[in-house]
Design a protein around this ligand. Structure first.
Ligand code: ATP
Ligand code: MG
Length: 529
């Protein structure tokens, strides 16, 4: 610090939200609530129940499900080791030493001193604890929620619930990405998952009659095709649900892209073919795509680099390389979407950045978002629950980017379009001051009127009206000025005369008209509006 700055009086630090995070303020939060309320309503009509999940989970859960090599896990997660846990492990370690025969019992990490010697015989225990510590101690802020839902499915033995289990969630997710329009480090998702225990065996009927679980045995042809048809219907219904939700919100320019990325039978062969083809044109690709030829050739299809587009257009399409089952599944999904009147576009280049997807993948884009125009991504992930140590389970789900959804609604003026949004255009003046939706402003004058005003406010609020009650007496003109600033619809005028007559004056602020009403008449009048 230079002398000059040292002499200056130190100003208190001005705090700002961390880069990539932001405050959501009124009146915008009314739109967020409206969107979330609509999700609750629409999803429950499809038989989904809400699950609330922790914000942080073991790092390992995400590494294993999303894939340790993906950008999300390798670069973007907020990971920490919980200090109290670390101290607890240390304490247990030294306790362990004292148990195996050290003379100086050490009860806490804080009294570690030079006296402590770790004999060779303690080393195995040290390594064991170290391993345990490594595994148990790292936690990450969730970058997405599908892994958590699968963890919860296993933890609560949901395979014993009536199948399929249909869950939805909403809340913040965290990824350390470069912040820009529609891309934040704390962002919000609304998502849903359908999970179903796999009964791939021909003994299915026996199993259900005896109430026993059967998880092995080769699938019979009939059963297999029935399962395929069922999966396709589930996929289509999940997609139909998101589209219904967007439709209800009147989201503009909605475009659904679908694809099938095959399964573990056919995808590896296609990936090899793709890799071979990419190697032939390697020199003409940019550094990112060159790297992906080795790490994940599918992601090259996702490239937005202008000069690569012509080359990518000539690459083989996965649709031509799906195995019989995947091809049948994909055809059935398309048929099911058509039966539901869901418009889609096939996009053979649609792949997802998370490892767990198979067969159906889809993405939905909307208007007014620039290059971050994907508002929803989803797909099928059979096998993920099993990968996390659970029973063989099928899964399909999606995640909507709520921030982008809101942006798109705002861009198209949807936040003020419907009478249901409380922030209507007439109230814009109030909106500017951060308030909105005031129904009645009570202009009171005198102590007696104050008591009546407090009671009137209580009754009006109980009846569901938004009431503004000034905390101190204001001159009449000033009170009306405030009511106007807040965008109130009515001013209820309470002075000594009104109180003693029992007749209250209600002023309609839009046209300045006035009327005298008794208290019950006032409630009646407001209710009828
Ligand atoms: P993108 O290609 O835009 O990075 P993604 O494939 O990483 O999206 P998913 O992991 O599938 O996205 O998440 C589903 C949705 O969540 C996306 O379609 C998007 O709307 C939203 N989303 C993802 N990351 C962010 C972010 N950093 N900020 C805001 N929204 C996000
Ligand atoms: Mg991303």
């Amino acid at each position: 610090m230079s002398e000059g700055t040292a002499k200056k009086e130190e100003k208190p630090r001005k705090f700002q939200a961390i880069r990539g995070t932001r405050d959501l303020l009124p009146p915008e939060t009314a739109l967020w609530n409206r969107v979330e309320q609509t999700a609750h309503e629409v999803f429950s009509t499809f038989g989904f129940g809400e699950i609330r999940l922790p914000i942080f989970e073991p790092t390992e859960l995400f590494a294993r499900s999303i894939g340790a090599e993906t950008d999300v896990v390798s670069k973007e997660m907020y990971t920490f080791s919980d200090p109290p846990e670390a101290a607890e492990n240390l304490r247990r370690f030294f306790e362990a030493i004292s148990e195996v025969g050290d003379k100086e019992p050490i009860s806490s990490a804080s009294n570690l001193g030079e006296k402590t010697t770790i004999g060779e015989k303690h080393l195995p225990e040290l390594y064991r604890l170290q391993e345990e510590w490594k595994k148990s101690d790292l936690a990450s802020l969730r970058p997405e929620a599908t892994a958590s839902v699968c963890r919860a499915y296993i933890e609560h033995s949901m395979q014993h619930w009536p199948q399929p289990v249909k869950l939805y969630y909403m809340g913040p997710m965290f990824r350390r990405e470069r912040p820009q329009k529609g891309r934040y480090r704390q962002f919000y998702q609304i998502g849903a998952e359908v999970l179903e225990r796999e009964v791939a065996s021909g003994e299915w009927r026996v199993a259900s009659r005896e109430g026993k679980e059967v998880t092995s045995g080769p699938p019979q042809a009939g059963v297999a095709s029935k399962e395929l048809a069922k999966d396709a219907a589930v996929d289509a219904e999940v997609i139909e649900m998101v589209m219904t939700f967007f439709d209800r919100l009147e989201l503009q320019g909605v475009q659904l892209d679908i694809n099938s990325i095959g399964d573990r039978n056919c995808r590896p062969k296609y990936v090899e073919l793709l890799r071979a083809e990419l190697l032939k044109v390697k020199d003409r690709l940019g550094p990112d795509s060159q790297r992906r030829i080795e790490t994940n050739p599918l992601r090259v299809l996702d490239s937005k680099v202008e000069s690569e587009q012509g080359i990518i257009a000539t690459l083989p399409h996965i649709a031509d390389h799906l195995c019989e089952a995947c091809a049948a599944h994909y055809a059935a999904v398309k048929h099911q979407l058509e039966m539901r009147g869901v418009m889609y576009r096939e996009n053979w280049r649609l792949v997802r950045g998370l490892d767990y997807y198979m067969r159906t993948t889809f993405e939905i884009t909307a208007k007014g978002l620039g290059s971050q125009n994907a508002v929803c991504g989803g797909g099928r992930y059979d096998g993920l629950v099993e990968l996390l140590g659970g029973p063989p389970t099928k899964g399909i789900g999606f995640a909507i980017g709520e921030d982008r959804l809101i942006l798109s609604l705002q861009e198209s003026g949807k936040e003020v379009a419907s009478g249901e949004w409380r922030v209507a255009s007439k109230e814009r003046k109030g909106v500017a001051s951060g308030r909105h939706g005031v129904d009645v402003y009570i202009a009171w004058m005198g102590e007696r009127a104050h008591a009546t005003a407090i009671r009137a406010a209580k009754d009006l609020r109980k009846a569901g009206f938004s009431v503004e009650l000034p905390p101190v007496e204001l001159k009449f003109g000033k009170a009306l000025g405030q009511a106007d600033k807040l965008g109130a619809k009515y001013a209820l005028i309470l002075g000594d005369n009104e109180v003693s007559e029992g007749l209250w004056t209600l002023k309609t602020l839009a046209d300045g008209s006035q009327q005298k009403l008794t208290e019950p008449q006032l409630l009646d009048f407001l209710r009828k509006l």
